[in-house]
Design a protein around this ligand. Structure first.
Ligand code: PTJ
Length: 249
């Protein structure tokens, strides 16, 4: 691996790319994860590669929903574990929430490697390996989940999600929070709370909000959740991107 000089104007972006490439070499990330990452990068450019105010409000609302949940679960896939393993574990501990591996390209080998990596980073319990339940209406492997994890969750955080599972989870009456840089995706449109931000920034920021809101009473947290309007927020993100592009003309 070439050493990336800190002085490089795209240093952070290149370091993140290296994490995805290493994830492929270690069997954590699926090859198509490269394509998903590239799409994410393009949208990150459009929002200015920082947490925009609508994402920050979404992250605050997500924290409130996770704190109010009875059985919250954070679902992770290859890309997420390659980019923010420790951050996901910290967030899960802080809520507290269960951590479950859910893969689109599910193989026992990948499951084992991802479990091992999460344990190496300090996760005590990792769900997703027993695969003893199925999300109704999903024919692909993303439908396989754990009875004690995703299947029985009431609030679920699903970063880099696919639209079908998001819809199916909602069909099970779960509250779905997603992190997706693409505000046009089916997931972004179907989720209850869509965070248009990079997982690299979003996961630690949700944890920051969890710490901040932890002392608040239930009524105040519920008010934050009730004030949320996902469609309105998406409209604001579209408008933000369009104004940003127009300002370059
Ligand atoms: O590990 P697996 O087998 O479960 O596979 C995971 C991938 C990501 C390959 C799989 O779920 C997939 O193909 O996802 P999609 O349908 O390409 O959707 C990924 C979405 O995540 C896209 O809308 C991207 O814009 C977005 N995205 C990519 N990187 C990031 C991101 N969103 C936030 N932060 C990122 N770093």
């Amino acid at each position: 691996m070439n050493k990336i000089p800190k002085s490089h104007p795209r240093y952070l972006s290149l370091v993140i790319r290296e994490k995805i490439v290493n994830g492929i070499k270690n069997g954590i990330v699926h090859e198509t994860g490269l394509i998903a990452h590239g799409r994410g990068e393009a949208f990150d450019y459009l929002i200015g590669e920082k947490t925009i105010k609508y994402a920050d409000i979404a992250e605050k609302t997500a924290a409130a929903a996770l704190l109010c949940a009875k059985n919250p679960v954070i679902s992770v896939n290859g890309n997420v574990v390659a980019l923010v393993p420790k951050e996901c574990i910290n967030l899960a501990n802080s809520i507290p929430a269960k951590l479950e591996i859910n893969l689109f390209h599910r193989t026992n080998e990948r499951l084992e490697k991802i479990t091992e990596l999460l344990k190496k980073f300090g996760a005590e319990q990792v769900y997703g390996n027993s695969g003893d339940a199925k999300i109704p209406g999903l024919n692909h492997n993303r439908g396989i989940c754990d009875k004690k994890g995703i299947f029985s969750s009431d609030v679920i955080l699903v970063p880099l999600e696919d639209g079908d599972r998001c819809k199916a989870l909602k069909g099970m009456s779960k509250k779905v929070i997603t992190i997706d840089l693409n505000p046009l995706s089916r997931t972004a449109k179907n989720a209850d709370i869509t965070i248009v931000d990079n997982v690299i920034r979003a996961v630690p920021n949700i944890e920051r909000w969890v710490d901040k809101l932890r002392q608040e009473d239930r009524k105040k947290l519920q008010k934050i959740i009730d004030m949320w309007n996902n469609n309105k927020m998406l409209e604001k993100v579209y408008s933000f991107i369009s104004k940003r592009l127009n300002s370059l003309l």
